[in-house]
Design a protein around this ligand. Structure first.
Ligand code: Z5A
Ligand code: MG
Length: 211
């Protein structure tokens, strides 16, 4: 039996990294993160370093070029994800293709164009969307140090995530109220995963296959 592939998504400061760590412990899962790996400072691959330099505003890139780099960063991790899941180990993943689409759409790129490079990546068994208003997220502090960390950008990102939600197959996208306490959110995330059916086949479905 392969492991479960669980993705956690949400706006900046929604509590993704906090909950990925909690959920990975609860499920004895491997925690991974995009961009790069956990810890966040470890954006170590050549592509990860280019992304990091862009995010900390040390370099400029065309919006499409950075979009493709984020996607390439997932593709370079694909084999590792598949091998881990096929060995029976669960994975909890901090951001995935959905962040790629949401942030680039928020910059004005088309939804279909943004989705295309990630078609065929391993499809998560479930994506937990940590739902928090932009106002609440900004009150959690730390905005302003990286690219995208502004209320106006985050509002557009939130709208883009809402569009993705409409596009997701039934049961694959579960919204959790991220405004509750860390313990309450953790309990809810764990209950979402525990209620999943066991994976029906050893191999993973391709992401966005039917679109
Ligand atoms: N990006 C992209 O454009 N395209 C892509 O394909 C991908 C990403 C994959 C860096 O991401 C940027 O890359 C990001 C999207 C873009 N945009 N920006 N900016 P990142 O994942 O590296 O970002 P991050 O640095 O990990 O931060 P984050 O995501 O904003 O935070 P978080 O992981 O959601 O939250 P947290 O670190 O767990 O918690 C934040 C704070 O809130 C912290 O002080 C916690 O103690 C507190 N917290 C957490 N939970 C709670 C609750 N429940 N109540 C109260 N306080 C809480
Ligand atoms: Mg984080």
């Amino acid at each position: 039996m392969r492991g479960l592939f669980v993705v956690v998504e949400g706006l900046d400061r929604a509590g993704k990294s906090t909950q990925v760590s909690r959920l990975a412990s609860a499920l004895d899962a491997k925690a991974i993160k995009f961009p790069g790996n956990i810890p966040r400072e470890d954006r170590t691959t050549a592509i990860g370093k280019m992304i990091d330099s862009y995010l900390v505003q040390q370099s400029e890139l065309d919006d499409r070029a950075i979009h493709l780099l984020f996607s390439a960063n997932r593709w370079e991790a694909r084999q590792g994800i598949v091998t881990c899941l096929e060995s029976g180990k669960n994975i909890v993943c901090d951001r995935y293709a959905f962040s790629g689409i949401a942030y680039s759409c928020a910059k004005g790129l088309s939804y279909q164009w943004c989705k295309a490079p990630d078609v065929g990546l391993p499809e998560p068994d479930v994506t937990i969307f940590l739902d928090l208003s932009v106002e609440e997220a900004s009150r959690r502090g730390g905005y302003g140090e990286e690219r995208y960390e502004s209320v106006s950008m985050q509002s557009k990102v939130r709208e883009a995530f809402a569009q993705i939600r409409k596009d997701m197959p039934q049961g694959k996208w579960v919204v959790v109220d991220a405004g509750k306490s860390v313990d309450e959110v953790a309990a809810e995330c764990e209950s979402v995963v525990r209620s999943l059916a066991k994976p029906s086949s050893a191999s993973l479905a391709p992401l966005f296959a039917q679109q």
